[in-house]
Design a protein around this ligand. Structure first.
Ligand code: NAP
Ligand code: F7E
Length: 327
């Protein structure tokens, strides 16, 4: 019998790659989307375009426990991947209330619904390296203390605590993947890597003159989203639930990313970047570097796509995208 997966946040970068990955593994894939997405499929479901006919979408709200219970009862999933969240750190400084509400309550409602109506469903929670924030140790692993620096980071620490508590108190199969930054041609345009790759393409094609950025010295451990969704699935295939750091173990600055991305189209980044202090965050996460040795040992997972190839994938894809769309 085919396994059934339910994905929240299926319209996002990771949700769309995960859905494709699970379809290849012959899962029946269901996704929870916001009702408004059904009214504007062209824009809001663009990442799912190629697989829309192969998946089942359900309109529900992460803010409504009752709506989640209904879907879980109807779908009876073997595995639930909870990726839906207000995921933009910068926005969480502008509206910490909606970030905390959606991210914390959404996770809590799902866990509670699983406990009462589907206790055999395995649950994956999308934790984040933002939980480490102002890092206490380098590199960061599963035992590194958390010091979140934004409402987003706080919401993920709470989600992680809830996930562990439901595992320990109610014996549910619940895992947190503590994923470091992962990017792809499907990344949202507001995140720095996509902002850069998209601008590089537009500048090269004569549609834009400059790209305006904030902190160029922030360092991140950047991987490719395709590798990371595989790790999510691997976590739910073990006998016992556990939490894992997923990272590449390599660090680069925003400046490094920009330099490489511009060089791929034969341009010198220094000529095209302007700094706007308004883009600096009230509390910045200056450096993140992951130690994924537990995932390597227990899950046999390791990243396959290296930084250089990630940047190339994004720039090449954006050149095609800009030529096609003119945007
Ligand atoms: P993404 O592209 O921003 O996707 C977020 C998803 O959540 C979208 O499907 C979005 O739906 C949905 N969503 C947002 N607010 C919602 C709300 N109020 N109600 C219902 N759905 C809502 O994020 P991603 O990069 O794929 O990341 C997936 C998950 O991993 C997120 O939880 C993120 O916080 C976490 N994470 C990401 C990274 C990373 O580097 N990418 C690293 C660590 C953790 P709409 O399309 O309707 O907006
Ligand atoms: O910023 C700096 C910015 O917004 C990266 C999310 O997926 O990963 C992501 O969060 C760095 C920061 O991602 C601009 O200050 C400079 O230091 O691309 P970002 P993020 O905040 O690291 C984590 C792991 C998640 O869990 C999140 O969901 O780049 N930066 N100039 C800029 N950032 C943006 N967005 N725009 C700029 O112009």
């Amino acid at each position: 019998m085919a396994k059934i997966a339910l994905i929240t946040g299926i319209t996002g970068q990771d949700g769309s790659y995960l859905a494709e990955f699970l379809l290849k593994k012959r899962y029946k894939v269901h996704g929870i989307i916001r009702r408004v997405a059904l009214e504007d499929k062209t824009h809001r479901l663009w990442r799912l375009r190629k697989i829309l006919k192969k998946i089942t979408l359900h309109a529900a709200s992460l803010e409504s426990y009752a709506s989640l219970v209904k879907i879980i009862q109807r779908v009876k999933p073997n595995e639930i991947y909870h990726l839906g969240a207000q995921s933009y750190v910068d926005y969480s400084f502008k509206d910490e209330f909606s970030t905390l509400n959606t991210n914390i309550n959404g996770t809590h409602y799902l866990l509670s619904a699983i406990k009462d109506f589907s206790p055999k469903s395995k649950f994956y929670f999308a934790g984040s390296s933002e939980m480490f924030g102002k890092v206490k140790k380098v590199p960061q692993n599963e035992n590194t203390p958390f010091y979140p620096r934004s409402a987003y980071g706080i919401s993920k620490v709470t989600g992680h605590d809830l996930t562990r508590n439901y595992r320990e108190a109610y014996n549910l199969y619940c895992c947190t993947g503590i994923l470091f930054n992962h990017e792809s041609p499907r990344r949202g345009f507001e995140f720095v890597t996509r902002k850069i790759s998209h601008s590089v393409a537009r500048i090269k094609l004569g549609l834009q003159r400059k790209v305006i950025l904030g902190n160029l010295e922030a360092k991140r451990d950047w991987g490719h989203a395709k590798d990371y969704v595989e790790a999510m699935w691997m976590m739910l295939q073990k006998k016992k639930p556990d939490d894992f750091v997923i990272a590449t173990g390599k660090q680069h600055s925003v400046r490094d990313f920009a330099k490489l991305a511009f060089s791929m189209v034969g341009l010198n980044y220094k000529k095209y970047i302007e700094i706007d202090k308004n883009l600096l965050r009230p509390a910045e996460v200056q450096t993140l570097l992951g130690d994924y040795s537990k995932a390597k040992r227990v899950l046999k997972w390791k990243p396959k796509i290296l930084f250089k190839n990630l940047v190339r994938d994004m720039v090449e894809s954006d050149i095609k995208f800009v030529k096609r769309s003119g945007y």
